[in-house]
Design a protein around this ligand. Structure first.
Ligand code: GDP
Length: 397
């Protein structure tokens, strides 16, 4: 079997194993490094899996390098990452970064269960950091923290090790204050980010390296080594010793929930229907055999395929050719093609099940935020009835 065919098989089998999936987003204040991080995660992890490494690796890396910038246009990119001897499927969904697109951010947040919050080490927590974090927490999306542009603290600002630590402590405390203020009661303590347990990582998305305490323990790399590599302008070697994607995707797998765990508390939060109904129970249990329920997170225009709807499925399964129901539009539509993402590419598959992100073609009238289900089992109310957090909630007497 060829390399690509092997990857396709791997993605297909991981898709059916809930505890091996992570649906995540990256959110940040503008210019803090979201795009650079997304692109370099994909370049580093992309379609490369450990057992396919060797000669292929350089080639794959170049291919992915050529695709730089693609994450901006993709609704989703998927990566396979090995952690503690097991492979995982990580779906990275594009979350628009600007407050102006608040509605889009909310819709994208609905599709993910965890988020990497990127904060620039030079600027620290900024207003949009708070906005995106608030949106994540409102949707019960669990955060981890990546402090980016650490190279600049050393090479431009020439901070001493003590100043560096103070800077990190301040950022972590600022983020945790926001988490404590904005997380729902049940998660105020549990979701605090912590250097020691590895829910905080530091690094340079641009120079492709990152470090966390668990990774330091695993590899013996120290903060002093990091400082030396940066000061000696040897960040290339650092990127080999502590690759950005390894450290960040390890953090994602260890600290962010899989869909089975997340849907238990996220569904009651994002869907106001009867949780005791068949569909309610199926969504809470992320049941691939339940009635179909999903939400469209983004529409992308493709030269060849036309409008493609990226969709998070909460229950059931979409099969190629299935007739679907668009709840807000009150219209039926047929899923002409069902695909999943591999790297930044789409690959057609016969079906996709609950807990996953898929790409559907044929839903011409659909728009982002639309709820999809089967015409035989209509989901009421649709998901989009949730108000966007930065809009005032108007109560009509
Ligand atoms: P976004 O607006 O959050 O998507 O931010 P970008 O990824 O576009 O990054 C904004 C700018 O910061 C770009 O010029 C990047 O090259 C730069 N940048 C991103 N990450 C780093 C980093 O780790 N170190 C340095 N020195 N520059 C970075």
């Amino acid at each position: 079997m060829g390399r690509r065919a092997k990857m396709v098989e791997k993605v297909k089998s991981l898709m059916e194993t809930h505890d091996r999936i992570r649906n995540i987003g990256i959110c940040a204040h503008i210019d803090h490094g979201k795009t650079t991080l997304s692109d370099n995660l994909l370049a580093g992890a992309g379609m490369i899996s450990k057992d396919l490494a060797g000669d292929q690796l350089a080639l794959d890396f170049d291919e992915e390098e050529a695709a730089r910038g693609i994450t901006i246009y993709a609704a989703n990119v998927s990566m396979v990452h090995e952690y503690e001897g097991k492979e995982f499927l990580i779906n990275l969904i594009d979350t628009p970064g600007h407050v102006d697109f608040g509605g889009d951010v909310t819709r994208a947040m609905r599709a993910i269960d965890g988020a990497i919050v990127v904060v620039c080490a030079v600027e620290g927590v900024m207003p949009q950091t708070e906005t995106v974090l608030r949106q994540a927490l409102k949707e019960k999306v669990k955060p981890v923290l990546f402090i980016n542009k650490v190279d600049r603290l050393l090479n431009e600002l020439k901070l001493t090790p003590e100043e560096l630590m103070n800077r990190f402590t301040k950022i972590i405390n600022d983020v945790n204050k926001l988490i404590q203020k904005m997380a729902s009661e049940e998660f105020k303590k549990e979701w605090i980010v912590n250097v020691m347990d590895g829910s905080v990582a530091f690094g340079s998305a641009y120079h492709n390296w990152a470090i966390s305490v668990p990774y330091m323990k695993k590899t013996g790399i120290t903060f002093k080594d990091i400082i030396d590599y940066c000061e000696n302008e040897n960040q290339k070697e650092l990127a080999q010793k502590a690759p950005l994607h390894e450290v960040l995707l390890d953090m994602v797998i260890k600290h962010l929930p899989n869909p089975l765990e997340a849907q238990k508390y996220r569904i009651p939060n994002i869907w106001k229907g009867d949780l005791e109904s068949e569909i309610g129970k199926a969504m809470i249990n992320c049941d691939p055999n339940g009635p179909l329920a999903g939400v469209i997170t983004k529409i992308i225009m493709d030269k060849h395929a036309g409008a493609i709807s990226a969709c998070r499925l909460f229950s059931g399964r979409v099969k190629q050719g299935d007739e679907l129901y668009l709840v807000s539009m009150k219209q039926k539509a047929r899923a002409q093609q069902v695909a999943v993402f591999m790297g930044a590419e789409r690959i057609q598959v016969p079906s996709v099940s609950a807990g996953n992100i898929c790409a559907l073609t044929g839903l011409k009238e659909a728009s982002a935020g639309e709820t999809i289900c089967s015409p035989d089992s209509i989901i009421e109310p649709p998901f989009e009835s949730i108000t966007h957090v930065s809009e005032p909630v108007i109560t009509v007497a």
